[in-house]
Design a protein. Structure first.
Ligand code: SF4
Ligand code: SF4
Length: 272
């Protein structure tokens, strides 16, 4: 869709003796000197609102011990949109139908050969029966930030406000984001938006504030059909690893070499 995008929460990671503040976290997580970030300090000071809640990071959490990813089985998705709704609630995403951290698309392949993709309000509330005829097949595809291992959004951010964590999540520090939109333009998946309240770039964080407490992302938790599978990508016994072993796995726009960490199984050739 023209595209729903998302906003992240700034994580605070711990080192052992106590919680770290944002700066400490960034010092650990960013592959660049913190001094560079100093250039951006206060860069978002014109923000009219600051809703980003500081998640409490349990003191025992070690990012280096995790490698998160998500699997998606479109065959299981019924297009109920509960995931997109849960995401908005969990992450304080603006209610307007332009802002999404995750959304669901319906693909309808017509007898004429044309494929029509729709996502009314990101799929929140489901997909009303349009009564259209001549549809050969239709199916639903949940989308979100792909948490790329080689993320163009991180590469273009001029102040390091967008960064990767050790556990495989791409985040935005809203304190440092300038609102320049470079990352929004660079993301090939339309996964980002500029929050109209904070003027900061935002996107899916895999619900990072929940992960560090051992909880699943909100979208995964509410999905009634287990169309979303979340977990450790490199732990052989994890549900995600089993999903990847026993299915034919694809990623979106593989030719761009962003190395996504959202894995789809049995993806229809029409999906883009
Ligand atoms: Fe997410 Fe990749 Fe887009 Fe960055 S470039 S917002 S990591 S999908
Ligand atoms: Fe599909 Fe699950 Fe989202 Fe419902 S909650 S739209 S079944 S992914």
């Amino acid at each position: 869709m023209s595209n729903p995008q998302s906003r992240p929460e700034v994580p605070v990671e711990h080192s052992g003796s106590g919680p770290l503040d944002r700066r400490d976290f960034l010092r650990q997580a960013l592959p660049m000197p913190l001094g560079l970030l100093g250039l951006a300090a206060g860069g978002n000071s014109e923000s009219s609102a600051a809703p980003a809640a500081e998640p409490a990071i349990p003191s025992g959490y070690k990012a280096s011990e995790h490698n998160y990813a998500m699997g998606i089985d479109p065959n299981r998705c019924i297009g109920c949109g509960l995931c997109a709704e849960a995401c908005k609630r969990e992450n304080d995403v603006p209610r307007e139908p332009f802002y999404f951290r995750t959304w669901v698309e319906r693909y309808a392949v017509r007898a004429s050969g044309a494929t029509v993709v729709t996502s009314p309000n990101g799929g929140i509330g489901g997909f009303p029966d349009s009564g259209e005829t001549g549809v050969l097949r239709s199916f639903f595809v949940p989308k979100l930030c792909n948490q790329c291992a080689h993320p163009p959004c991180v590469q273009v951010c001029p102040v390091g406000a967008t960064f990767q964590t050790q556990d495989g999540v791409v985040l935005v520090d809203t304190d440092y984001c300038l609102g320049c939109r470079y990352c929004i333009q660079a993301c090939p998946y339309g996964a980002r938006y500029l929050d109209p309240r904070t003027h900061s770039a935002e996107k899916c964080t895999f619900c990072y504030h929940r992960l560090v407490k051992g909880l699943l992302p909100a979208c995964v938790e509410v999905c009634p059909t287990q169309a979303r599978i979340f977990g450790e990508a490199t732990q052989r016994s994890s549900p995600l690893s089993r999903f990847m072993r026993f299915n034919r796995i694809q990623v979106l726009k593989a030719h761009l070499n962003t190395d996504p960490k959202v894995y789809y199984c049995n993806l229809d050739g029409e999906v883009r």
